[in-house]
Ligand binder design. Sequence first.
Ligand code: FAD
Length: 499
Amino acid sequence: MKSIETDVIVVAAGLSGLASAISAAENGASVVAFEKSNTTGGAANMGMGPLGIGSRIQKEHMISLTPGEAFRKHMYFTHYRVDARMVRDYYFKSGDTINWLMDMGVEFITVSRAFSAPEATRAYSDGEFTWHVVKPEGGGPPGPRSASAMIKKMTEKAVELGVEFKFETPVNKVIMENGKAVGVIAKDKDGNEIEARAKAIIIATGGFGDNPKMINELTGYEFGKTIYNFAIPGMKGDGLNMAWEAGAGKVTPVMELMYQLPDNMNHFILDGAFRQPCLWVNKIGQRFMPEDQIANTTFTGNAITTQPGMIAYSIFDSKLLRKYKKNGPDIISHVHPHDLYEHFDEAWERDITNGYEPIAQADTIEELAEKMGISVEGLVQQVEEYNEMCEAGFDEIFEKERQYMQPIEKGPFYCCRQHVGAYGSVGGILINHKTQVMTENYDVIEGLFAAGSDACNIFGDSYPFILSGNTMGFCLNSGRIAGENATANLVEEDEEDFS
Ligand SMILES: Cc1cc2nc3c(=O)[nH]c(=O)nc-3n(C[C@H](O)[C@H](O)[C@H](O)COP(=O)(O)OP(=O)(O)OC[C@H]3O[C@@H](n4cnc5c(N)ncnc54)[C@H](O)[C@@H]3O)c2cc1C
């Protein structure tokens, strides 16, 4: 077995692993990062950008939200069922972390809410301008994968600081001696085992989005049936399992919910086109939420979870489609292309021809209900009631914003089945606000730290959509905090040597 010795071992080179590695190396530590895949960045390569509060760019845009205000909002949102010290330290560091990234050469194109809607709707959504959207490499509008430009800069910085990456070399065990974490066992791509020893180990493997068994056992969802989450290859829950095996306390993880069409990345135009405050119903044909809220993907994912079969249907008629084509969407998603409806007909016809099963078109509401497996009687009744309320200009059931009370009356009618989705899992390893891993009795396991999605226990039951960019925000900041604390003793030792 090959042996390695270093100051700090980082288990994985995703977003939080990179942040940990860079901050540990900045403190003068030698760092080895073991990564299962052949590249850095993990799921963060798919995203658009992190949260920050009080960054230089926010100040330039006169965004006045303070970390203290964000802290209060977050704690209110989570009902104080999460670690306030951790949340506090994260938000107070987050502005500086954006500046830290900018100093590495990361460029942000804008600071945004997660979606745009007319002012009247914003009050319901309460979103803050915290999402620092990364400028995509090579220009163009931001969209999925913009954040890969940030990963590139972070990787360059880590290399410059001397971080040694070991790719295609997954870690499978933390070595414990006398209750202390002293190293890890990894396996390289040729199957050779490596025993690596260090003064500190930071676990950051990104959760278990690619492990249907763990998803089912820990969260109750069935992958491909009741949940269609992003399953980024390699996210098998390794970090959670090795930390728990080493004695870490367990925090029940959650899926970071949103909603989507099955295989949405290959049907992205339709995925975006149906995210409108049109008519949303469940399997029995009943509306289940004020549709002006559907841009809040967390709330909608939660609402779909509570419906029969955990499915929902969004419906518009040809009149509404014509309006979207002419004026653009009622609610602009920052994730989907802005010219969605210019490509709608082409995408729709292709998917109908190819038999993409979650969509249907029909000339009557009855036929639409039958094709989609919605209760015919329920949907007919609901559409009648809804259209009457549209005519009256007031939603008696949910008080949906008046401007979105647009009737469903002129065929053909278009429908899309919506499912619970998720970006991945969050939480699992019990940590304190210094990101030190703790036992179930809250005793610190010396030498062991965890960061990122593996240890993101601060969301409670739901992603705080009101403070968007929060998963990457937590990953970056918990990573930095882990890197700093993992090397705090090294800095002290160096100071002692010097005196
Ligand atoms: C489509 C999509 C869009 C998103 N957009 C955003 C956004 O705009 N803003 C936002 O805040 N969040 C966003 N997220 C969420 C965000 O990307 C993740 O929360 C974040 O990347 C998680 O960081 P992490 O460091 O915990 O894990 P990751 O960045 O996923 O990294 C985990 C790494 O661990 C490695 N690994 C796994 N097991 C092992 C092992 N045994 N040994 C060694 N390495 C291992 C993996 O290969 C991977 O590289 C998005 C997610 C998705 C899927």
